[in-house]
Design a protein around this ligand. Structure first.
Ligand code: ADP
Ligand code: ZN
Ligand code: ZN
Length: 740
C-alpha cells in the first residue's frame, strides 16, 4: 500500500495546505483530522494540523518531504470545533493554518501534550525530617524541608519559586532520600448537592417570558436576541437559564465584551453557583490557559466566561452560548483573523444545535435586522427590574454658548445642584488626554504626528504630545517650531482637561477620572471605584470605559459633553455607536430608587436621530437608522468586504489594489451568473498615512452574501500571487466594522 499523503495546515498566511509523506509505519487509523504533526519546513521545523489525507500530491516526488512525527493519538480538538475552525477560515478567507493557530492555546501550537493537566508536588519521604543531621551544614536545604513539611498534602511545584526554594536544594534533598516528587492529575471537583448557592430572584413577567422562550429551544439551534434596557435583569435571566443547563449536565459559554468586567461577572456567577467556573482573561499564563482549555474540553469546567477568543474553547457538552452586550465593538477582532465573535457564536450554535442568546440594551442594527426578518427570536424587557426608574433625557443646545473646557454654564449649574443634593455625577467624554490639538495662536501651527496624517493629543500631566494612532510621543515645544512665538494653546477638551476644570469648579468634591490612562496600572480602577461605591457626592469623568457594565446607584446625573462627533462622521456606523454609548452611559444612572437625569450637550439639538433617541428611545432610533441604511444600501442591507493595503512608498498600496481590482473585474466578467458585485476604489484610506505607511483600500459590496463569497474564494488565491503583493502589507476584512 502506498504511503498516504498528509495535507497539513501550517501556521502560515498562505491560503493552501502543505503536503507531506506520513511518517513510516504509521497505521492509517492514527491519521485522524486534527492531529498535530511535526514537519520539516525549510531549515526549520513546524507543527501542523492534519486536515485531510490524499493518495497523490501535486508536489513532485523528489520535493515531497517526510513528516517527522505525529504528536497526538487522537485529535486534541473535538471534531465539531475543528470543523467550525475550517468554516471560519473559509468565511473570512483566512489561511486554515493561521486560523487553527488562533483557535489553539499557545502551548499546543508549540507541541505540548494535549492531555489532562498534571501537577508536580513535593513531599517529605518517610525518613524526611528537617532535623536530619546531614542538614546541619546545609541551612538552605533545611529551610526548604521545613517549608515543605508544613504542606503535608504536598507543596505544588509552581510555588517553589515564590517560597524562595532553589532547584539545587530540591535536587540535594532528593539525593539524600529526604524528599520526593509526585505527579498528580489535576481535576477540579465540585461539591455535590444543589447547583445554587443563593436563591434565584422571582422573575418579573417579561423576564419570565424571555426565559421561557429561550428554554423552548433547548437541544436545537435557536438564536434569540434579548433586548432589555440596562438594569432590566438580563443577567438574572442568563443565570437562571444557565442553572437549567447545569441541571441537564451540560456546560455554558458566556462571552463578555471587556476583560475589565471579568472579575465582576465571575464574582456574580460564583455567588450564585456551586459550579466549576473558569474565567479566560489576558493575565493567564500559557499553562493556565491550556489547563482551562483542557478542562472545558474534558467536561471539567461547567461554565466558561471570557472575551471574544473564548468562543474557540472546546466544550465537551455545550448546552448554551450567551453573548452579553452583543453590540459591543470589541467582539470584532481588528487584526490577523478579523472575526466577529458575536456572529460566530450564532454559527457555532447552529453547528452544535444549541440555543444562543445575544443580549444588549442597545442591540446592533445587524442583530435587530436579523430579528426583524425572523432569523432571531426577539425578546424584549422594557422596564427596569425592581423599582428603578428609567432616566430622563435632556438635549442642551450649546450653540453660541461659551464652553469652559467643554462644559457649558447650565451644565455647571446642574452639576452643582446634584452635588449639593448629596448625589453623584457622571461626566462622559469619549476623548482621552488634555486637548486634542495644540495650536500656535500667532501662525496657526498645529502639532501633527510625524508618522501619521493626524494631530497629536496633548497630555498635560505627562507633559507629552501623543499620537493616539501610532503611539508616537514627543515633548510639547515651549516655542512654536514655525514662528518661535510662545503662545501655544490647547484647543478642545479631553477627559484630563474636563477633570482639571471640574476640580477647580468644585473643590470640595472628589473628581475621579476613569479612562485608559488613569487605569493603566493594575488595581487602579478598583481603587477609583471605592470612593464611588462609598456613595458620597463626587464627580466621575471618563471615556467609554464608564459605559460598560458598572453599576453606579448613587449617580443621578449623567452628562454627555459632546454627542456631535457621532452625528457628523464619515463612518456610516458612527451614529449607531453614538446612540449605543449615550444609552449605555445613561443606563449607569439612577439604578436604585433614585431616578436619573441625562443631559446631552449638542450643537444640533434638533437633529432627527438625536431627537428620536432622546424622546422615543433606542428602538425608535434604531428603526430610523435602519431605514437610512436601507435607503443607502449599507449593511445589514448589503454585504461588504474590504481589501486593505499599506506600503512604505506612496502609490505602492494603490498600485497593488489596482492589480487586485483588475483580477476581480475579470472574475466577475467570466462568472456573470454569480450575481452583481460592486467594486469601489481603490482609494487612499481616510487617514492615508499611519505609522509611516501609506494606506489604501478597495471596497467590495454585494446585495447578497453568496456572490461575494464566491468571488472572494476565487479571488484571494490570485491576489496572493500578484507581483505587487511583495511590497505591501495587505489584509482582507469580511464584514468590516469600520472603513478605515
Ligand atoms: P442587566 O443585566 O439587564 O443590566 P441585572 O440582571 O444586572 O440587569 O439586574 C439589575 C438589578 O436588578 C440587579 O441588582 C438585580 O439583582 C436586580 N434584579 C434583576 N431581576 C430582578 C427581579 N426579577 N426582581 C428583583 N430584582 C431584580
Ligand atoms: Zn507659530
Ligand atoms: Zn502617529
Amino acid at each position: 500500500m502506498p504511503v498516504p499523503i498528509l495535507r497539513l495546515a501550517l501556521p502560515s498566511p498562505l491560503r493552501r495546505l502543505f503536503d507531506y509523506r506520513a511518517p513510516a509505519n504509521t497505521p492509517l487509523t492514527a491519521l485522524q483530522p486534527g492531529v498535530r504533526v511535526r514537519v520539516p519546513f525549510g531549515r526549520r521545523q513546524m507543527i501542523g494540523v492534519l486536515v485531510a489525507l490524499a493518495e497523490h500530491s501535486d508536489v513532485p516526488k523528489e520535493k515531497l518531504r517526510d513528516a517527522l512525527e505525529l504528536l497526538d493519538e487522537a485529535s486534541p480538538i473535538p471534531p465539531k470545533l475543528f470543523e467550525f475552525c475550517l468554516w471560519v477560515a473559509n468565511y473570512y478567507q483566512h489561511s486554515q493554518g493561521d486560523t487553527l493557530s488562533w483557535a489553539l492555546p499557545v502551548l499546543l501550537r508549540q507541541g505540548e501534550p494535549a492531555s489532562t493537566r498534571q501537577q508536580h508536588v513535593w513531599l517529605l519521604t518517610k525518613d524526611g525530617h528537617p532535623d536530619d543531621p546531614r542538614l546541619e551544614r546545609a541551612p538552605r536545604q533545611r529551610q526548604a524541608l521545613k517549608i515543605i513539611a508544613q504542606h503535608p498534602a504536598g507543596l505544588p511545584h509552581q510555588l517553589i519559586g515564590k517560597l524562595q526554594i532553589s532547584k539545587s536544594s530540591l535536587d540535594a534533598l532528593q539525593d539524600k532520600g529526604l524528599l520526593r516528587r509526585e505527579t498528580r492529575r489535576i481535576t477540579a471537583t465540585r461539591h455535590h448537592g444543589s447547583w445554587l448557592l443563593e436563591a434565584e430572584l422571582p422573575l418579573n413577567p417579561q423576564q419570565q417570558a424571555a426565559y421561557e422562550a429561550v428554554r423552548a429551544g433547548q437541544g436545537r439551534f435557536h438564536p434569540c436576541l434579548l433586548a432589555g434596557v440596562t438594569g432590566s435583569g438580563k443577567t438574572e435571566v442568563y443565570l437562571q437559564l444557565i442553572h437549567r443547563v447545569l441541571e441537564a449536565g451540560k456546560q455554558a459559554l458566556v462571552l463578555i465584551p471587556e476583560i475589565n468586567l471579568g472579575p465582576q461577572t465571575l464574582a456574580r456567577f460564583e455567588r450564585r453557583f456551586n459550579a466549576r467556573i473558569a474565567l479566560l482573561h489576558s493575565n493567564l499564563t500559557d499553562r493556565e490557559r491550556l489547563d482551562i482549555w483542557l478542562a472545558a474540553r474534558d467536561g471539567e469546567a461547567d461554565i466558561v466566561i471570557g472575551t471574544r477568543s473564548a468562543l474557540f474553547t472546546p466544550m465537551k457538552s455545550l448546552g448554551l452560548i450567551i453573548v452579553d452586550e452583543e453590540h459591543d465593538a470589541s467582539y470584532k477582532q481588528q487584526d490577523g483573523l478579523r472575526y466577529q465573535a458575536r456572529d460566530l457564536a450564532v454559527v457555532r450554535a447552529r453547528q452544535e444545535e444549541l440555543p444562543v442568546l445575544l443580549g444588549s440594551a442597545t442591540p446592533s442594527l445587524e442583530s435587530l435586522h436579523n430579528a426583524h426578518i425572523g432569523r432571531y427570536t426577539l425578546l424584549k424587557i422594557g422596564q427596569r427590574a425592581g423599582n428603578a426608574q428609567p432616566p430622563k433625557f435632556l438635549r442642551l443646545d450649546v450653540k453660541s454658548r461659551p464652553l469652559d473646557s467643554g462644559i457649558s454654564r447650565p451644565l455647571q449649574q446642574a452639576i452643582a445642584q446634584t452635588l449639593q443634593a448629596g448625589q453623584q455625577v457622571l461626566v462622559f467624554l469619549n476623548r482621552r488626554g488634555f486637548a486634542p490639538v495644540l495650536l500656535c495662536h500667532d501662525c496657526g501651527w498645529i502639532g501633527v504626528c510625524p508618522r501619521c496624517d493626524s494631530r497629536m493629543t496633548l497630555h498635560q500631566r505627562l507633559h507629552e504630545l501623543r499620537c493616539h494612532h501610532c503611539g508616537h510621543v514627543e515633548r510639547p515645544p515651549t516655542n512654536c517650531p514655525q514662528c518661535h512665538q510662545v503662545d501655544l494653546r490647547p484647543i478642545g477638551a479631553g477627559t484630563e482637561r474636563a477633570e482639571a476644570r471640574l476640580a477647580r469648579l468644585f473643590p470640595e468634591y472628589p473628581v475621579l477620572r476613569i479612562d485608559r490612562d488613569s487605569t493603566a496600572r493594575k488595581g487602579s480602577m478598583e481603587r477609583l471605584l471605592i470612593t464611588v461605591k462609598r456613595g458620597e457626592p463626587c464627580i466621575l469623568v471618563g471615556t467609554q470605559m464608564l459605559a460598560k457594565g458598572h453599576h453606579f446607584p448613587r449617580v443621578t446625573l449623567v452628562t454627555i459633553l459632546d454627542a456631535d462627533s457621532g452625528l457628523f462622521s464619515a463612518d456610516f456606523r458612527a451614529s449607531e455607536r453614538m446612540a449605543q454609548l449615550v444609552v449605555q452611559v445613561a443606563g449607569r444612572a439612577g439604578r436604585a430608587e433614585e431616578p436619573g437625569k441625562v443631559i446631552i450637550q449638542t450643537h444640533c439639538a434638533e437633529h432627527p436621530l438625536l431627537v428620536q433617541l432622546t424622546e422615543q428611545g433606542y428602538f425608535a432610533f434604531a428603526e430610523q437608522a435602519l431605514a437610512e441604511r436601507r435607503a443607502t444600501n449599507l449593511p445589514p442591507f448589503s454585504h461588504l468586504a474590504l481589501l486593505r493595503a499599506e506600503a512604505h512608498k506612496p502609490g505602492q498600496a494603490e498600485a497593488f489594489l489596482e492589480q487586485a481590482c483588475l483580477e476581480a473585474q475579470q472574475l466577475c466578467r467570466l462568472n456573470a451568473s454569480w450575481g452583481h458585485i460592486e467594486l469601489l476604489g481603490p482609494v487612499p484610506s481616510p487617514m492615508e498615512r499611519r505609522a509611516g505607511r501609506y494606506r489604501a483600500q478597495l471596497l467590495l459590496q454585494a446585495q447578497a452574501r453568496a456572490p461575494l463569497h464566491r468571488l472572494l474564494a476565487a479571488w484571494l488565491p490570485q491576489v496572493e500571487q500578484l507581483p505587487g503583493s511583495r511590497n505591501v502589507r495587505w489584509s482582507l476584512d469580511v464584514d468590516p466594522m469600520d472603513l478605515y
